[in-house]
Ligand binder design. Structure first.
Ligand SMILES: NC(=O)c1ccc[n+]([C@@H]2O[C@H](COP(=O)([O-])OP(=O)(O)OC[C@H]3O[C@@H](n4cnc5c(N)ncnc54)[C@H](OP(=O)(O)O)[C@@H]3O)[C@@H](O)[C@H]2O)c1
Length: 251
């Protein structure tokens, strides 16, 4: 699919990886709406970058744990742009809790992570489904994590939410075919991001030394995978790991 003139919505566009995805989509010719949860200033900077690339940009507040907020968001995007072609479910929340410390993973934390990282992407996909189907070439790209494929990452709840997001990708690919493709990018640790700061230090050191390319993935590499999935007409239900070559992700 030629991305010129298409409209994308990147959730968590105020985040580090969301910024890179929004920039890459704008460079590919796409107008981009980005959401933020609390960081309006960071989202405004991303909108500025999109506009400097010659595309339309717009920022809106979204709490993807709240179905009402999702509905408002869908209405605002469709009203403003008149269409939606690409949904990137990138927004997520984490907190560092070592796997062995089961007591610290409270029910409230579990619910917050699952509501944000799994139920949110499902509700967003459902809410945008009819608009995405309209031009028979819709795209959903979910941003999961290597933690969803091999036990690791910031907490058991986070890893479980991302494992479920990978399977949600498979299920939605079936549900929305043939009008919408649904794919997933699973980053390993992305150093320098706010989320990576919340991964326990011991785990970060372990991840760095495991990667066969002797580097971790970059936000730009993740963004380029998102663009590739958006361009592809015959790929759906797939997950690509971007992690510098951690053997845990090789299968
Ligand atoms: N960074 C990594 O090492 C890494 C590794 C593997 C996977 N990932 C995945 O990559 C994606 C982006 O991560 P990142 O590093 O860019 O994280 P980040 O900088 O922390 O950004 C997270 C984004 O999600 C938004 N968000 C948080 N809670 C939300 C809620 N309830 N409703 C809607 N949006 C919410 C944040 O909004 P505000 O900032 O406005 O509050 C922010 O825009 C996530 O899905 C993450 O799980 C990241």
């Amino acid at each position: 699919m030629d991305l010129k003139g298409k409209v994308a919505f990147v959730t968590g566009g105020s985040g580090d990886i969301g910024r890179a995805i929004s920039q890459a989509l704008a460079a590919a010719g796409t107008d981009v709406a980005v959401s933020y949860a609390g960081e309006a200033g960071r989202a405004a900077t991303v909108v500025e970058m999109v506009r400097r690339a010659g595309r339309q940009g717009h920022a809106l507040q979204l709490d993807q744990r709240d179905p009402k907020s999702i509905d408002l968001c869908v209405g605002e995007i469709v009203d403003r742009f008149g269409r939606i072609d690409i949904l990137v479910n990138n927004g997520a929340w984490n907190i560092g809790i070592p796997f062995g410390d089961l007591e610290s993973l409270t029910q409230d934390i579990w619910d917050r992570i699952l509501e944000t990282n799994l139920r949110g992407p499902f509700l967003l996909s459902r809410a945008f489904a009819s608009a995405l189907r309209q031009h028979k070439s819709g795209r959903i790209v979910n941003i999961a994590s290597l933690a969803g494929l091999a036990p690791g990452g910031s907490s058991i709840a986070y890893a479980s939410s991302k494992a479920a997001l990978i399977h949600l990708t498979h299920c939605l690919a079936v549900a929305l075919a043939p009008d919408v493709t649904v794919n997933c990018v699973a980053p390993g640790l992305v150093e320098g991001t706010r989320m990576a700061e919340r991964v326990p230090q011991t785990m970060k050191e372990q991840i760095r030394t495991q990667s066969v390319l002797q580097r971790t993935g970059s936000a730009e590499d993740i963004a380029q995978m998102v663009v590739a999935y958006c361009r592809a007409d015959s790929i759906t239900g797939q997950t690509t790991i971007v992690d510098g070559g951690n053997p845990l992700g090789m299968r």
